[in-house]
Ligand binder design. Structure first.
Ligand SMILES: [Zn+2]
Length: 434
């Protein structure tokens, strides 16, 4: 007979505390799961887009839940908010003259991550010429990686691709750090030799704030961390359909709910864990992964023993309910350890069945994996056929709450030996992560 999760979790709780705490407190309760995901994915949260009142509400809700649970703040912080600045840049003007002749505005693209840049010294400027027969994309890739100020002269033969680039790079951009030293200007011209040069790029600069929400239970080994994460941002309000709110119930209110209920569960076991358990709701995953990037700069990644990044666990996987898949399965033995931990139960973990989709690189785990952390995303969505993925219809009504609750219970069980220090996943080799 297969053990049920309730039984397994009681055993887990026993190893932490008393039977009483197991029976009364340390449970992952489906009503709680339902309450949290329903709140996060409600229309009131307006799809949790960065820089909107909706995501502020979501942050405040997660903070208040962390407070109720009794999590500690991260070292150096006096709240659960891990805040950082973002710079929003919008091109105001780009003027270019080459060899004394000024170029029409529609034929220039200014790409700088600062408020302004002047380029007027030919000798110290990287000049890249894209001739008629050259591959513009490839040359662009090279030019973007060059240090300093770069001028790219694009032959008129590439006019249509140039205009697509111009459309893309004319949009406002968000960066975490301003960069005055490096920048690039593209010009559509048949000129390929530069004797004199005068370039002025101006942006309007707006400083904005973003925040992750983070808390922890400090263990006996404070510098060994088991991390549970998910992103709480989503796509906001867009389009002109009848339902404009992208509630993001599965993506990723489901993962955020898991992080919150796991926090409560491990806190309720009542005993100090061996390793520190950290719980983070990342911001801005959908807009460039800025939340996890900032987080990764604020601690020593060598201290993170394992990262459970939980992404879209609200609907049953291809292999059925009671199963979840793990991205980057062969990059560490994290997945194998999870499989072993739930052996004999009705739950199964298996390797990501959609390698072609590069999902290992499409969430916040990749940022930490690049630093050597066994950082994997755990998901149950059938991503190739999911009709709700990145649609306004990703609502709580589409969520299988039995399956989701079971998955959170399985994650709790699967993490126990890592939290107790009995299991330590092998590190990811950054050379195997692009
Ligand atoms: Zn997501």
């Amino acid at each position: 007979m297969k053990k049920s999760f309730r039984f397994l979790l009681c055993l887990v709780a026993l190893s932490y505390s008393t039977l009483a705490s197991c029976q009364k407190q340390a449970v992952i309760d489906q009503a709680e799961v339902t309450r949290i995901i329903t709140t996060l994915a409600s229309d009131e949260m307006e799809g949790r887009m960065i820089y909107t009142p909706g995501i502020e509400k979501a942050s405040a809700f997660i903070e208040s839940e962390f407070e109720k649970i009794g999590l500690e703040h991260l070292e150096g912080l006096n709240s659960y908010r891990q805040e950082f600045n973002m710079y929003s840049l919008t091109n105001e003007s780009t003027s270019v003259s080459i060899n004394g002749e000024s170029i029409k505005g529609e034929n220039v693209i200014g790409m700088i991550n600062s408020e302004s840049m002047t380029i007027d010294d030919v000798a110290s400027t990287n000049i890249i010429v894209v001739g008629e027969g050259d591959n513009m994309q490839a040359k662009f890739g090279q030019a973007r990686n060059m240090k300093g100020k770069t001028l790219m002269l694009v032959n008129n033969a590439h006019g249509s691709l140039f205009r697509r680039f111009r459309g893309f790079f004319s949009r406002p951009s968000s960066v975490m750090e301003l960069d005055e030293a490096n920048g690039m200007v593209m010009v559509l011209t048949d000129v390929s030799e530069v004797k004199s040069l005068k370039v002025e790029v101006k942006n309007t600069l707006e400083t904005k704030r973003l925040n992750n929400v983070a808390g922890q239970i400090t263990g006996n080994r404070p510098n060994e961390i088991v991390l549970f994460s998910a992103h709480y941002d989503h796509l906001g309000i867009r389009g002109d359909g009848e339902d404009k709110i992208y509630n993001g119930a599965n993506d990723d209110a489901s993962g955020t709910t898991a992080v919150m209920t796991l926090a409560k569960y491990f806190k309720d076991t009542g005993k100090k864990p061996e390793r520190t358990i950290m719980f983070v709701a990342f911001t801005a995953e959908e807009s460039g992964g800025f939340g996890s990037r900032y987080f990764s700069q604020k601690l020593n990644p060598d201290e993170i023993v394992a990262m459970f990044n939980i992404e879209m666990i609200g609907t049953a996987a291809k292999e059925g309910t009671n199963s979840a898949w793990i991205t980057g399965f062969d990059k560490s033995n994290f997945g194998e350890l999870l499989q072993k931990a739930v052996e004999g139960t009705e739950y199964k973990f298996y390797a990501d069945p959609y390698p072609i989709q590069n999902l290992f690189y499409r969430s916040d785990n990749a940022t930490l994996a690049r630093l050597g952390v066994p950082a994997h995303s755990i998901s149950t969505t059938q991503i190739d056929v999911d009709p709700y993925y990145h649609q306004a219809s990703d609502e709580v009504s589409t969520i299988d709450l039995d399956h989701m609750t079971n998955t959170i219970r399985a994650l709790a069980a699967a993490a126990v030996r890592m939290i107790s220090g009995q299991d330590t996943p092998t590190r990811v080799d950054p050379a195997n992560v692009r």
